[in-house]
Design a protein around this ligand. Structure first.
Ligand code: FAD
Ligand code: MEZ
Length: 568
């Protein structure tokens, strides 16, 4: 038939992609990542770089997904899938996309197969298992390895990165050389107070204090692994500029994930993609015994370990969980990666873990209307204004997300526009991406922009805003920081509406990243970090605090998991 497999068979048979001896590793899941197959793709077709310079009119591989496996999208045996289309509406001819689709290998958790794998016992034993390859998982894995543990990281998707890979704005930290260089006065107490106020004082203050105290160390650690965190911006709810990001205006998430992927490879950490953890297995004394992992090719197997770190992210893409925990948001769009399905909450709940604030879900005010694309908060931080469909401002653009989202939903059309000029585009590389995606309205004058968008009051709003900006005082809404006016053509507008962005609630943890049971006792050997956990952000997270959380608590979880396993 007309598919990739038959095409390759015509060339030289199965061996052109697969190696028979590798199949003996199948029980250990080595083959699930299709590392050998991917090397074969590259040996014939070249690297992404070579492909870009060669036949293609434009480069579909140059995306924020980074250097992911070829087999994430292309398949020799079933229909090719365009990973990007989970979020974007690209129309693109995928080579051999007309092949028949096979049943998805990871659809549903098969309890019978899980039971069988438990009965068979472990096929492999390691010190520390990390579940999830986002920022929290990678930080935990690298820290556990540096502490001397033998580590394996399981990632259910064909590529690592999760929501972390989509992070746009930056990572919050206080007391960094970057703040000092810009003369920004900030303190650990201010950081903690802002997080508590933003979270409506429902946060666990002990977790907040650790985040604030260790945030500068988190940025330094990322830099030590090779990241660039030289730029600094202000996020909603923060009293000063403390959101660190790569210089040049690039998005923070792809950069951090790229850095962490490389750091893991350099440290020989085994990262197995296409490997979904579907059960945590306990010993008789309730300490952890290991996990049941469902590999794409290896099927259901038990891997034993004395420590497990849950780093599976949030549940923002699990419609049923959102409908159950936060019914008012069930029909909202989501900025999240398709991977954010709340597996960690289900895995931990099943063995008796306690949950904190599980029903608190954050709406981000500025997701591109009728899309899943986040328009980063830093677009407002850098200078954009937010107006309703008549072109009037209605709130300080730098307020917290919960207040901004509520205010948009009170406007007559329940959506808003962000408006900015060329000065902002020059400062923020990611805006070019929004333009590329066709999301921006653009005009040579504010009057013309008002006309094409129907915002009749926009010209008056712009004149007023420019006056406030020049005077350094926003008399209308008390916006505290107005870095740019609206003066340099062309002028731009993008439609935005609130959508599910972050799940604040999750697995209950203590300050050492131990998971707690319903009596608030430590569950021996079980650790968790990142968006899967609850408590740190209270009822509303501030922009930039999640990536900080993944680094600070990811490292803690990895170190403590290694210590627990090695001391046993
Ligand atoms: P994730 O990064 O989501 O990683 C979890 C991983 O676990 C995924 O790869 C998933 O596939 C895997 N997994 C899940 N279940 C299983 C299983 N059963 N078995 C194996 N693997 C599994 N925060 C900021 O602080 N600053 C920002 O600028 C920022 N921008 C954002 C922009 C967007 C569009 C989004 C969606 C979020 C943003 N956030 C930001 C929030 C932040 O990115 C996330 O909260 C954070 O990255 C979560 O990291 P994590 O490691 O906990 O989870
Ligand atoms: O922390 C975030 O979620 C964040 C900064 C997002 C953004 O708007 O860029």
């Amino acid at each position: 038939s007309n598919n990739l497999a038959s095409f390759h068979t015509d060339m030289s048979g199965c061996e052109s992609c697969h190696v028979a001896e590798k199949m003996k590793d199948i029980k250990k899941g080595i083959t699930d990542s299709q590392t050998h197959e991917n090397e074969q793709c590259r040996s014939c077709h070249g690297s992404y770089e070579e492909l870009a310079s060669d036949r293609l009119e434009f480069d579909p591989h140059a995306s924020h997904l980074g250097e992911i496996n070829c087999t994430s999208c292309h398949s020799g045996h079933d229909k090719a899938t365009l990973t990007c289309n989970n979020c974007h509406n690209f129309e693109m001819d995928m080579p051999f996309a007309d092949t028949k689709a096979k049943k998805k290998w990871d659809a549903g958790w098969n309890q019978d197969k899980i039971q069988k794998a438990i009965a068979q016992g472990p096929v492999e034993t390691v010190d520390v298992i990390i579940v999830g390859g986002g920022s929290a998982g990678f930080n935990a894995a690298i820290s556990a390895k540096l502490a001397g543990a033998n580590v394996v990281l399981f990632e259910k998707a064909p590529y690592t990165g999760g929501n972390s890979m989509l992070a746009a704005g930056g990572i919050n930290a206080v007391g960094t050389p970057q703040q000092k260089a810009k003369g920004i006065e900030d303190t650990v107490d201010w950081y903690a107070e802002d997080a508590m106020k933003g979270g409506r004082y429902q946060n666990d203050p002990k977790l907040v204090q650790i985040l604030a105290e260790e945030s500068a160390g988190a940025v330094k650690w990322l830099e030590s692994l090779g990241a660039n965190m030289d730029d600094l911006k202000r996020s909603g709810g923060a009293r000063v500029e403390r959101t660190h990001r790569p210089s040049g205006g690039a998005s923070v998430g792809p950069h951090i994930i790229d850095t962490l992927r490389k750091a893991a490879i350099e440290r020989d950490i085994e990262v197995r993609v296409n490997s979904r953890v579907e059960k945590i297995v306990l010993n008789e004394d309730k300490s952890v015994a290991g996990v049941i992992v469902h590999g794409r090719h290896s099927g259901y197997n038990m891997v034993a370990a004395d420590s497990i770190v849950l780093a599976t992210g949030g549940y923002g893409m699990n419609k049923e969980m959102v409908a159950y925990y936060r019914p008012t948001m069930k029909d909202m769009t989501s900025s999240n990666n398709v991977t954010a399905t709340g597996d960690g909450v289900l895995l931990a709940k099943e063995i008796g873990a306690s949950m904190t604030d599980i029903d608190w879900v954050q709406a981000h005010p500025t997701i591109g209307k009728d899309s899943r694309i986040l328009i980063s908060e830093t677009v407002r931080g850098v200078g954009a204004i937010m107006v309703n469909t008549d072109g009037e401002r209605f709130i300080s653009e730098l307020t917290t997300r919960d207040r901004a989202s509520d205010a948009i939903l009170k406007q007559k059309d329940q959506y808003a526009w962000l408006v900015f000029d060329e000065q902002l585009v020059e400062k923020k590389k990611m805006v070019r991406g929004y333009e590329h995606l066709g999301m921006l309205s653009k005009a040579n004058t504010i009057e013309e922009l008002a006309k094409i968008t129907g915002m009749s009051k926009l010209p008056t709003t712009a004149v007023d805003y420019n006056k406030y900006q020049a005077a350094g005082k926003d008399s209308a809404f008390g916006r505290e920081d107005m870095p740019l006016n609206l003066s340099k053509a062309p002028f731009y507008a993008v439609k935005v509406a609130p959508g599910i962005h972050h799940t604040m609630g999750g697995v209950a943890v203590d300050t050492d990243a131990n998971v707690l049971n319903l009596q608030s006792w430590k569950m021996e050997g079980l650790f968790a970090a990142g968006e899967v956990t609850g408590g740190l952000h209270g009822h509303n997270r501030l922009g930039g605090n999640a990536i900080a959380e993944t680094v600070v608590f990811g490292r803690k979880a990895g170190e403590n998991a290694a210590k627990h396993a090695l001391d046993k």
